[in-house]
Design a protein around this ligand. Structure first.
Ligand code: SF4
Length: 634
């Protein structure tokens, strides 16, 4: 088998050889992790990346000994600084977790007990594993909270988790993970639940602390931007196997495996804009239907006969390895295809006769005393009034994509709901086509697409009824016309008329979002509000949905109000942008101007915080992070 070891010759802190995980399935056992091998040395961060179902989190759980029975590790060796840990009892693993291996998960609230102060939780963890008295442990806890950048750490020791912001809680979780000076930290999507500016701080904090302390880090994420910023090497997983591994610089700049090339190409970039994103068609196969041979072959544009029959082994190239039957392609990604073209910046608002479809005129939304408990958490409150949206004015032109951008709680979703009449404004007016929306009854001219397609689709309804509902409600059509419209729109969004008889749970996340878009489109609206429509989706599926929205906009002349915290997605989609902070719009303008010449300090801070793949790749020095591949027997 091949196992990647760092060039610097250090002995690995974590060594995984031939790891295999088995879970029971309806039709026999399934294998979410299949014979994977890798190692991580002290101070190094290995990013493990792939779409949902690739096996990356399961690999982290296997190393932590946290696979829920009856799932189990059925093959391979896991060594921590030479000590075998895959064959230990649960009691022995408990002693290792928290002491020799620290863990950081996506949601800090699951790692913290809401009933205890953060200080007492860190002290307790130190006392469980170290020979220190309470006073020493308390002192160490304060110094840890200081090192993770918590202001006034001694006072914060007395806070309960709910009294801290999401970013502060994740800092506490990092302190908890490091409090016993572990050899290895496993971080599973540690920044996914955080705002973009907090994400950047947490990524660099984790990286700096682990480098300083010589801790090896396994960083599991679906986010290539996070990998580019934080990892030294990256392992790309597909259907339970590592299909490519190597230095971040090499793998992201010159991906050799077709799947990696597709993944990297499908990511929208903050620094440049493409007319459309590269799409990997299809989705990760379910565990009980993993294709034979190369599991990627049904989605691969380059598949040859051998691909469906034989499993390609990992083959070494200088600095890494990839598993593909094709000759190794050393060419860098085509930078020209990613470069901005003048047409990319053609905005519909530049069309001379473009008229406003939506006019937002000095609109405010204040929540009253019921919101006063929030005063502990937000500085925007005064006199028990939460100014969720505060004196905001802008307009959206027909046919353009207008984006509202800002961190959680900035008021962008509240504002969007006021525009479609779901929330009344406290003051000011929203006009749609010149008419005050406050006086409009529920109507077909605007529709919404939400972040979580599953939550927005009635699970007990067939797709036909879900999509037909707005047609019937608004009297758009009747009788056979309803079925004709539903079937036509399903085809338009890339589904088939046969899908109308199925239920939402029978579809993948991306397909469910296509159903939401079909439902939004079917009543022929003029405006669609897309509220974080791709944040719950894998990057390859995100590319499919963004391309779909753009082509439908073109075909139907739609106006889109696009709400997102993801600046790369906004860069790809928007003609004009409004940046929101604390309920107010701090900057608005042409998308290209905002991204290239941001005027407001908050916009500049937001842009600076975005993990940018191009910048990060350029920064990585290949000689420091390269690999050599050793051929091991067995
Ligand atoms: Fe594509 Fe075949 Fe390579 Fe798999 S082995 S990535 S199917 S070319």
């Amino acid at each position: 088998m091949f196992i990647a070891t760092p060039r610097n010759g250090l002995a690995p802190v974590l060594s995984v050889e031939g790891l295999r995980v088995e879970l029971p399935g309806a039709r026999g056992p399934v294998f979410p992790v299949r014979d994977i091998s890798f190692s991580i040395v002290a101070g190094e961060t290995l990013g493990v990346v792939g779409e949902s179902g690739a096996g990356k989190s399961m690999t982290g759980s296997a190393v932590l000994g946290l696979i829920d029975p009856p799932g189990r590790v059925t093959g391979g060796l896991i060594r921590l600084n030479g000590d075998r840990i895959d064959n230990l009892s649960e009691t022995q693993m408990q002693a290792i977790r928290g002491r020799r291996i620290g863990a950081i998960f996506q949601d800090p609230m699951t790692a913290l007990d809401p009933l205890f102060t953060v200080g007492s939780q860190i002290v307790e963890t130190i006392l469980t594993h170290q020979d220190l008295d309470a006073k020493q442990a308390h002192k160490k806890a304060i110094s840890l909270l200081e090192s993770v950048g918590l202001p006034s750490p001694a006072q914060r020791m007395e806070d309960y988790p709910h009294q801290l912001s999401g970013g502060m809680r994740q800092r506490v979780v990092i302190a908890l993970a490091l409090c016993n000076d572990p050899e290895l930290v496993i971080a599973d999507e540690p920044t996914t639940a955080l705002d973009v500016s907090t994400q950047a701080q947490i990524i660099s904090l984790l990286k700096d602390l682990c480098e300083e302390r010589g801790v090896a880090v396994m960083l599991v994420t679906h986010d290539m931007g996070v990998i580019a910023e934080a990892a030294d090497r990256v392992a790309v997983m597909y259907a339970g196997r590592i299909v490519e591994i190597g230095s971040v610089h090499e793998v992201l700049r010159k991906p050799r495996h077709p799947y990696t090339r597709g993944l990297v190409n499908s990511i929208p970039r903050v620094s440049r804009r493409k007319a459309s994103l590269f799409q990997i068609e299809g989705a990760m196969p379910p565990l009980d239907a993993t294709p034979s041979g190369c599991a990627f072959h049904p989605r691969c544009d380059f598949a040859v006969d051998a691909c469906s029959k034989d499993l390609p082994p990992l083959r070494a190239w200088d600095g890494g390895a990839s598993a593909c039957w094709l000759p190794v392609d050393e060419s860098p990604l085509d930078d020209q295809s990613l470069a901005p073209r003048p047409a990319d910046y053609e905005s519909r608002f530049q069309i001379p006769d473009a008229a406003p479809l939506v006019e937002v005129d000095q609109v405010s939304k204040h929540f009253g005393s019921a919101a006063s408990w929030l005063s502990r958490f937000t500085a925007r409150l005064s006199s028990g009034v939460n100014r969720a949206v505060d004196d905001v004015s802008f307009h959206i032109l027909r046919g353009e994509t207008f984006a509202l951008v800002g961190e959680s709680g900035c008021g962008k979703s509240t504002l969007a709901r006021m525009i479609v009449g779901l929330h009344p404004a406290t003051s000011g007016m929203v006009r749609f086509g010149g008419v005050d929306v406050a006086g409009m009854r529920r109507q077909r001219r605007f529709q919404m697409v939400f972040q979580d397609p599953y939550a927005s689709l009635n699970p007990r309804w067939r797709v036909f009824d879900i999509v037909a509902e707005p047609v019937r409600t608004h009297g758009v059509d009747a009788g056979a016309g309803v079925a004709r419209r539903v079937h036509e729109i399903l085809e338009k969004v890339g589904l088939s008329a046969r899908d109308a008889d199925k239920y939402p749970h029978e579809f993948s996340g991306g397909q469910r979002q296509r159903i939401s878009i079909a439902r939004a489109l079917v009543s022929e609206p003029e405006l669609i509000v897309c509220d974080e429509p791709t944040s719950a989706l894998d990057v390859s599926v995100q590319a499919q949905i963004l391309n779909l929205l753009k082509s439908l906009q073109h075909e139907f002349g739609l106006t889109l109000l696009f709400i997102s915290h993801d600046l790369a997605v906004v860069r790809h989609m928007a003609d004009r942008i409004a940046i929101m902070q604390g309920g107010r719009i701090v900057e608005t303008g042409n998308a290209n101007d905002i991204f290239t010449r941001p005027a407001h300090s908050y916009t500049r801070a937001l842009l600076a915080a975005v993990p940018d793949i191009d910048v990060a790749i350029a920064r990585k020095a290949p000689p420091d992070h390269g690999l050599k591949l050793n051929r091991l027997s067995g």
